[in-house]
Ligand binder design. Structure first.
Ligand code: TSJ
Length: 650
C-alpha cells in the first residue's frame, strides 16, 4: 500500500472539480517538499517540534481524562519513542477512506481537522493534526496500539505505509506507542536531540496539566538519564520552580492561585512577587505558549492594576495627592503564569502566538479582580508586602522621570545633543548605518580612524559599567556610562522606548576577546535585554569578531579566528615548514586602524554574530543568574557549565 502515490493520482484526477477536494487529498509529499510550512524550520527547532507534535496528542488524551502517564524515550541513533496509557488510537475501518483510523491519522494530512475534528473538546490549534507531518518527515515511523484486547502494528517509511495495519498479539492494557527516526534528507543540519530542550518543554507541559505523569528518558549514552515530571500543584509549582531556578527571594510565602470554570472554559492564574525588579509573565492558551500575549494577558494585567489601586486607596496606602500605580509598578518583581483552556481558541498575529478570544478577557479580568481583592482582604500581610513593592516601584518611576529631566537639562537643549565621545557617521537614518560601541579609548581611536565614516559611527566606552540587573530605571538615567549609549541610539528606554527613533540599523558591540571583554559584552547585553528589548528581538544587536591571530609570510597576510584556523594558514603560507610570522592579538588596541578595518569592520571581510532572542524566558533566567545579586545560583551555574568552556582559548 502506498498512500502517497494514491493521493497524488486522486489529486490530479480531481484537480478540475473543486478546491476543497484538492485540499482534502493533498498528499504528504507536500510536507516533504516544503517542511518549513508545517514545522517552521528544518533546523534543530523543527526537529524538536516533531516530538512536541506527537506528545501533544497524548496530552490531549490526558486532558480528556483517559491517560495519566506519558513516557518519552531518546533511543540510540536519535530515535524517539513516545508511549501513553490512553485509549489507543482507534483502529476501526473508517467509512470515508475504507482504512483503519490509525492509518488515516498517520498518512493523511490534517486528518484531525477533516474527519470531524480531533475528537477533543479542548485542544491547541494544531494539536492532533501533526502525526502525519511527523510521519512524512521521518525515515521510518512505527505505531503500536493496545486496545485492551489486541496489539496492532503498522510501519511507514517517509510517510508511506509499507504494510497493512496488522494484529501482532494480545494484551489487557490500553495505550499508544509511536517510534520514529527523523529523516536526514529533511533535517540536513542535524538529527541530534537535546535532552535539556525536551526536558524544558515536557516540564512546562507537566506544570500546565496538573497531575499528569511525564517521564523523559535518555538512553543514548552509557548511563541512562531519567527525569520524572509530575506536579500536583500545576502552575503554582511552575512559579515556585521559576523562582527556585532563578535564585530570587520571594517576598511572601505562598504562591497566589486563582481560577474559574465557565462551561468548557477554564482560566487559572498563579503569581508570586520576588525581590528583583523584573517582571515575568507567561501565558498559555490550550497549553500553547502565547509569546505575544493576547486577551488573557490583557484581562489579567487590567485586573491586577485595578485590584492593587483599589486596595491602596481603601487602605490609605496611596494618599489623595498620590497618582495611581501604573501597570509596570504593580508588576515589578512579579512572576505570573496565566493558563486558559477553551474550545474555540483563536490564535492571531504573524506567529499565531497571540490569543484573540474577547470573551476570555472579560472572564479572566472579572475573575482576577474579584478573587484577588478577596485574597488581599483575607491575607493582609501578603497584601502589605506586595503594596510596599509597588509603592517602591512607583517612587523609583517618579525619580526616573526627574532624573530624565535633569539629564536632559544637563545635556543642553532637549534631546538634540549627542554624546561628546560619539564620532557620528555622515549618513542619516537607521537604514544601512551602524554604530560600534567600542571598549577602551585606544581601540576607539583605531576604530575612528579605520572606519568608513559614511555609514559607521563609533562610540567608545571606558571604565566600569553599571550592572542594570541590580538597578532600576532611575539609576540608568543618572549613569554617565550608559546615558551616552541611550542618547546615541536615540530610542529612549523602558516604557519610553521607540524603535522608530533608532539612529543606526546595527548596534555592534566590539570588545576584546578576553574575560574583561566578555564582561563588558554581557553588561551591555543585559542592558539591551532589560531596557531596549525590541532591539534584541528585531536582530539589531551584533557582536564584532576581531581575529585572534595574524599569520604572515612576506607580503602574504592571513587573519585567524581560532587555533585550527591559525594552523591551517601556517600550513598554507609555509607548507614546507618555512619561517612564518604568527602574531597573537591580545586586544583590539594592538591592531592599527587599517588592520581593524580589514579584519573586523569592513563588511566585505568581517564576521559578526547577530544576537537573537530564541527564548525570552531562558534569557531572563540566565541574566538573573549571571547578573543578579544572589551568589549561590551563579556559583551553581558556573560549576554546571564551566566544563563546556574550559577548552576555549581566550
Ligand atoms: F500523534 C499520534 F497520533 F501519533 C499519537 C496519538 C501519538 C501518541 C504517542 C499517542 C496518541 C494518542 C491518541 N494517544 N491517545 C489517543 N487517543 C485517540 O486517538 C482516541 C482514542 C479513542 C477515541 C474514542 O472516541 O474512543 C478517540 C480518540 C481521539
Amino acid at each position: 500500500m502506498d498512500t502517497n502515490k494514491e493521493n497524488v493520482i486522486l489529486q490530479e484526477d480531481e484537480l478540475e472539480y473543486d478546491g476543497t477536494q484538492i485540499q482534502v487529498l493533498e498528499g504528504l509529499e507536500a510536507v516533504r517538499k516544503r517542511p518549513g510550512m508545517y514545522i517552521g524550520s528544518t533546523g534543530p527547532k523543527g526537529l524538536h517540534h516533531l516530538v512536541y507534535e506527537i506528545v501533544d496528542n497524548s496530552i490531549d488524551e490526558a486532558l480528556a481524562g483517559y491517560c495519566d502517564k506519558i513516557t518519552v524515550e531518546m533511543l540510540p541513533d536519535d530515535i524517539i519513542r513516545v508511549t501513553d496509557d490512553g485509549r489507543g488510537i482507534p483502529v476501526g475501518i473508517q467509512p470515508q477512506t475504507g482504512k483503519p483510523a490509525v492509518t488515516v491519522v498517520f498518512t493523511v494530512l490534517h486528518a484531525g481537522g477533516k474527519f470531524g475534528g480531533s475528537g477533543y473538546k479542548v485542544s491547541g490549534g494544531l494539536h492532533g493534526v501533526g502525526a502525519s507531518v511527523v510521519n512524512a518527515l521521518s525515515e521510518w515511523l512505527e505505531v503500536e496500539v493496545h486496545d485492551g484486547e489486541h496489539i496492532y502494528f503498522q510501519r511507514y517509511e517517509r510517510g508511506d505505509a509499507v504494510e497493512e495495519l496488522k494484529m501482532i498479539g494480545d494484551c489487557t492494557d490500553t495505550g499508544t506507542i509511536v517510534t520514529w527516526k527523523a529523516d536526514k534528507e529533511i533535517f540536513e543540519e542535524t538529527t541530534h536531540y537535546d535532552y535539556d530542550t525536551l526536558l524544558n518543554r515536557l516540564r512546562e507541559q507537566a506544570f500546565l496539566n496538573a497531575g499528569v505523569y511525564i517521564v523523559l528518558r535518555d538512553l543514548r549514552g552509557s548511563q541512562p538519564v531519567e527525569e520524572d515530571l509530575h506536579y500536583e500543584g500545576g502552575i503554582k509549582s511552575f512559579v515556585e520552580h521559576i523562582h527556585k531556578k532563578k535564585g530570587v527571594e520571594s517576598i511572601h510565602d505562598q504562591v497566589v492561585y486563582l481560577s474559574v470554570k465557565d462551561g468548557d472554559t477554564t482560566a487559572e492564574v498563579a503569581l508570586q512577587y520576588n525581590d528583583s525588579y523584573n517582571e515575568l509573565l507567561l501565558s498559555f492558551a490550550n497549553n500553547i505558549h502565547t509569546t505575544d500575549g493576547g486577551t488573557h494577558e490583557t484581562g489579567f494585567k487590567m485586573a491586577l492594576t485595578r485590584a492593587m489601586n483599589d486596595y491602596a486607596r481603601k487602605n490609605n496606602i496611596l494618599k489623595e495627592k498620590d497618582k495611581n500605580y501604573s501597570g509596570e509598578d504593580v508588576r515589578e518583581g512579579l512572576t505570573a503564569i496565566i493558563s486558559v483552556k477553551l474550545t474555540d481558541a483563536q490564535f492571531e498575529g504573524q506567529t499565531k502566538a497571540k490569543l484573540g478570544n474577547t470573551s476570555i478577557q472579560t472572564l479572566v479580568s472579572a475573575m482576577v479582580y474579584e478573587k484577588l481583592t478577596t485574597y488581599f482582604e483575607e491575607n493582609p500581610a501578603v497584601a502589605k508586602a506586595i503594596q510596599e513593592k509597588a509603592l517602591g516601584a512607583s517612587r523609583a518611576r517618579e525619580a526616573a522621570q526627574k532624573a530624565r529631566e535633569v539629564s536632559r537639562k544637563k545635556t543642553g537643549l532637549e534631546s538634540a545633543s549627542l554624546p561628546g565621545k560619539l564620532a557620528d557617521c555622515s549618513q542619516r537614518g537607521a537604514e544601512g548605518t551602524e554604530i560600534y560601541i567600542v571598549e577602551g579609548d585606544s581601540a576607539g581611536g583605531s576604530a575612528k580612524m579605520g572606519r568608513d565614516r559614511r555609514f559607521q559611527a563609533i562610540l567608545p566606552l571606558w571604565g566600569k559599567m553599571l550592572n542594570v540587573e541590580k538597578a532600576r530605571l532611575d539609576k540608568v538615567y543618572g549613569n554617565d556610562k550608559l546615558m551616552p549609549v541611550v542618547t546615541a541610539l536615540g530610542t529612549g528606554i523602558g516604557d519610553e522606548f521607540d524603535i522608530g527613533k533608532l539612529r543606526y540599523g546595527r548596534v555592534i558591540i566590539m570588545a576584546d576577546a578576553d574575560v574583561d571583554g566578555s564582561h563588558i559584552r554581557t553588561l551591555l547585553l543585559t542592558f539591551f535585554f532589560r531596557f531596549m528589548r525590541p532591539l534584541v528581538e528585531n536582530g539589531h544587536i551584533c557582536i564584532a569578531q576581531p581575529p585572534l591571530f595574524k599569520v604572515s609570510r612576506g607580503k602574504q597576510v592571513r587573519y585567524a579566528f581560532s587555533e585550527p584556523e591559525r594552523d591551517a594558514y601556517i600550513q598554507e603560507l609555509a607548507p614546507n615548514g618555512e619561517k612564518c610570522d604568527v602574531q597573537r592579538y591580545k586586544g583590539l588596541g594592538e591592531m592599527d586602524p587599517e588592520q581593524l578595518w580589514e579584519t573586523t569592520m569592513n563588511p566585505e571581510n568581517r564576521t559578526m554574530f547577530r544576537v537573537t532572542l530564541e527564548d525570552a524566558v531562558k534569557a531572563d533566567e540566565i541574566f538573573t543568574i549571571l547578573m543578579g545579586d544572589k551568589v549561590a545560583p551563579r556559583k551553581e551555574f558556573i560549576e554546571k557549565n564551566a566544563q563546556y568552556v574550559q577548552n576555549l582559548d581566550i
